[in-house]
Every structure is written in structure tokens, then in C-alpha cells.
Design a protein around this ligand. Structure first.
Ligand code: HEC
Ligand code: HEC
Length: 316
């Protein structure tokens, strides 16, 4: 029933819509037919090469002629990643933490790959990215991404902390100082933090506390300038950074019962040793030292040397 359209002369199906709309019987363009055939072929090849048809009867499936499995593909990908990592890991093994840090490529690698290691071993206490965690008594484990360090922020200090653990010890004063003295010294310590040391020293309202501080044992561990000693992890008492509760009440409690002093009411702050516990390999400890340093608070070994020496005048 082939007819022709009266205007264009193209063959039609003979069906006319609404007086003048006709169904033409033009062949689709060649490129379109080729595409259709090619995709039909592709489907057949794909079906045969890759696992495809499930067998309802046996619960199995047609495995395909190519031998592809998702597991094999995953293993191949993992192999590639391991090969890249392997190169870095092999170099890391015999290097000191300072040398790793000085090597841009390696320290970038550690910065990127250390997250899981830190998450698994450290974040429970120090918080993700080292932001610290607080319990009701104050800071449970210190912030690691600032530049305030109890034990020093040089790469070797950090490495030593993770390897051997740390446990700052402040003695209790409940038997050596009277309660009134403890209140006085707490007020002085608070004033040093609030006003700065010089102002607190000149402030008659806390003079009694200053006397206690200078004449009891406080200076032995915190130093006469109250700025702390990293060798024993005693903090700077003149800044605004507090590990524990920094109110007069809180300072009174720290001073009365101490820190890690064995007193039942002492504050407890123990950083475990990851070497002794055998929890981490030497390489992992090195990586974590670099990772923590790279949070941004790490301190350089020496002040940067001047870039160029002043040129000596040349005599003509
Ligand atoms: C059980 C909790 C706990 C875990 C787990 C832990 N830490 Fe600590 N960390 C502490 C405490 C508490 C301190 C402070 C010790 C003190 O006050 O004497 C500390 C101190 C530190 C310091 C010294 C900070 C300074 O100011 O000098 C570093 C660095 C550190 N931790 C890194 C790590 C790394 C890296 C890991 C993981 C491998 C880790 N910590 C796991 C509790 C923990
Ligand atoms: C034996 C050494 C030692 C003596 C003596 C000592 N301290 Fe400490 N003090 C420390 C150490 C170490 C810490 C840090 C403990 C830690 O964080 O693990 C500390 C922490 C503190 C803190 C807590 C700081 C914060 O950020 O929360 C205060 C407050 C303090 N000392 C005040 C005093 C006063 C006041 C005296 C004198 C009455 C004194 N200390 C005597 C070693 C000592």
C-alpha cells in the first residue's frame, strides 16, 4: 500500500493524519543503522566475555570467557597502590624522622597516608586531626595541632613522646601547704594567666600567692618565671592555655591533689608508650611523628639561617 506524498513525492504508509500530516517511509540514515548494528554486536560480545546470565536451576551463572571477576580487578588495583606505597615505605624504613620531614615528597606522602594510622591509634584520645578531647575535668589529651607543647614540638621530641609515652608528674600539696596558702597561690596563678606575669607580680591583691609560689616547690618544676619546663612536661602557667580547669577552683584542685601523683583525687593524664606496648612498628611511629608535626605546630630544629651572607666589599 505504498503511496506517494503529493507535495514531496516521498513514499508514505498511506496513513494521513488530520488531512495533511502523512507517515513517510524514509529509511533511517546509514550512520544510525550502523550504530544500531554495532551496539547489538557489542551487547552479544559483552555478554559472552563478561559474567552474565544467571542459571535459575543451579544458582550459578555464566562466568564469561574473559575470566573477569570483581575480586581480580580489586586485587590488580590494590597491587598498583601497594607498588606506589612500597617505594615510599622502603625509603622511610632507614631514615630518621627529621630526614623524612626534610624530604618534601616523603613528608607529603606521610601527611596523606597517616590519617588512618592516627585515626586508629590516637584520635580516641587526641581527637581527629589532633583537636584534643575534653572530659569533665578539662582537657583529657592535649591539642596537637597548635604550637603549645608540654614536651616540645621539635620532630625528635614528638617522636620520643610517641615511642616512650609521657606521664607528667605534679606532686600533691595537700600535706605540704595549708588550704589558705593553696587558695592564695591559685589566685596568683590565675592572675598570671589573666593579666600577664608582670602585672600579677605587681598586683597587691595576689602578693600572698606570689610569696607561696616563690617559696614553696612550684618554681622547682615550673621555673621561677613560671613558664614551665619541657624536659618534665610542666606547662607554662603564664599563658591562657589550660590543660585542666583554669578557674581558681580548678587550679586549687590541681595544686591540692597533683597530676598523676597517685592521690585518689589527682588528675590523671597518661600518654601510653606505643613502642613498649608493641602496638606500632618503628616505621609507623616515625610516620606518626611526621604526621603530628605536620598538623602545623611542629617546631623547626634551628632558626632559619639568613638566605645570603652580606657580600664583602670588593677592593678595586
Ligand atoms: C589513652 C589516651 C591517649 C592515646 C591513645 C594517645 N595519647 Fe598522646 N597523650 C595523651 C595524654 C594524656 C597526653 C599528655 C600527657 C601528660 O600530660 O603528661 C598525651 C601527650 C601527647 C603528646 C605530647 C604533647 C605535648 O604537648 O608535648 C603527643 C605528641 C602525643 N600525645 C601524640 C600521640 C600520638 C601520635 C598518639 C597515637 C599513636 C597518641 N598520642 C595516643 C593521651 C593519649
Ligand atoms: C614535681 C614537679 C611539680 C611541682 C613541684 C609543681 N608542679 Fe604544677 N605541674 C607539673 C607538671 C608536670 C604539670 C603538667 C602535668 C600534665 O599535664 O601531665 C603541672 C601542672 C600544673 C597545673 C595545671 C596547668 C594546666 O594547664 O591545667 C597547675 C595549675 C600547676 N601545675 C600549678 C602548680 C603550683 C601552684 C605549684 C606549687 C604549689 C606546682 N604546680 C608545683 C609539675 C609540678
Amino acid at each position: 500500500m505504498s503511496e506517494k506524498h503529493d507535495v514531496s513525492g516521498v513514499p508514505t504508509t498511506g496513513h494521513v493524519w488530520d488531512d495533511d500530516l502523512a507517515d513517510f517511509t524514509n529509511q533511517p540514515p546509514k550512520w544510525w543503522m550502523l550504530g544500531l548494528t554495532a551496539s547489538a554486536l557489542f551487547v552479544v560480545v559483552y555478554w559472552i566475555y563478561y559474567p552474565s546470565v544467571p542459571f535459575a536451576s543451579t544458582g550459578g551463572f555464566f562466568k564469561g570467557t574473559g575470566g573477569w571477576t570483581a575480586i581480580k580487578e580489586m586485587e590488580a588495583d590494590k597491587g598498583e597502590v601497594d607498588a606506589v606505597r612500597g617505594k615510599f615505605e622502603a625509603r622511610l624504613k632507614d631514615m630518621t624522622p627529621a630526614a623524612i620531614l626534610a624530604d618534601n615528597e616523603l613528608s607529603e606522602y606521610v601527611k596523606r597516608s597517616g590519617k588512618v594510622l592516627f585515626g586508629d591509634n590516637c584520635a580516641a584520645c587526641h581527637g581527629q586531626n589532633g583537636v584534643g578531647t575534653r572530659d569533665k575535668e578539662g582537657l583529657f589529651a592535649p591539642i596537637l595541632n597548635d604550637d603549645d607543647w608540654l614536651y616540645g614540638g621539635k620532630i625528635d621530641n614528638i617522636h620520643e613522646t610517641i615511642t616512650g609515652g609521657r606521664q607528667g608528674m605534679m606532686v600533691a600539696h595537700k600535706d605540704t601547704l595549708k588550704e589558705a596558702q593553696i587558695v592564695d597561690v591559685a589566685k596568683y596563678v590565675k592572675a598570671m594567666s589573666d593579666e600577664g606575669k608582670d602585672k600579677a607580680d605587681a598586683d597587691p591583691a595576689v602578693a600572698a600567692g606570689k610569696k607561696v609560689f616563690m617559696e614553696s616547690d612550684c618554681t622547682a618544676c615550673h621555673g621561677p618565671d613560671a613558664k614551665g619546663m619541657q624536659a618534665m612536661g610542666s606547662p607554662n602557667l603564664t599563658d591562657k592555655i589550660w590543660r585542666f580547669d583554669g578557674s581558681v577552683e580548678g587550679i586549687k584542685r590541681t595544686t591540692t591533689y597533683g597530676v598523676n601523683s597517685g592521690d585518689p583525687q589527682a588528675r590523671v593524664a597518661v600518654m601510653p608508650s606505643f613502642k613498649k606496648a608493641g602496638k606500632l612498628s618503628d616505621a609507623e611511629i616515625k610516620k606518626l611523628a611526621v604526621y603530628v608535626y605536620k598538623f602545623g605546630g611542629g617546631q623547626a630544629e634551628v632558626a632559619a639561617a639568613p638566605a645570603v651572607e652580606a657580600a664583602a666589599p670588593v677592593a678595586k
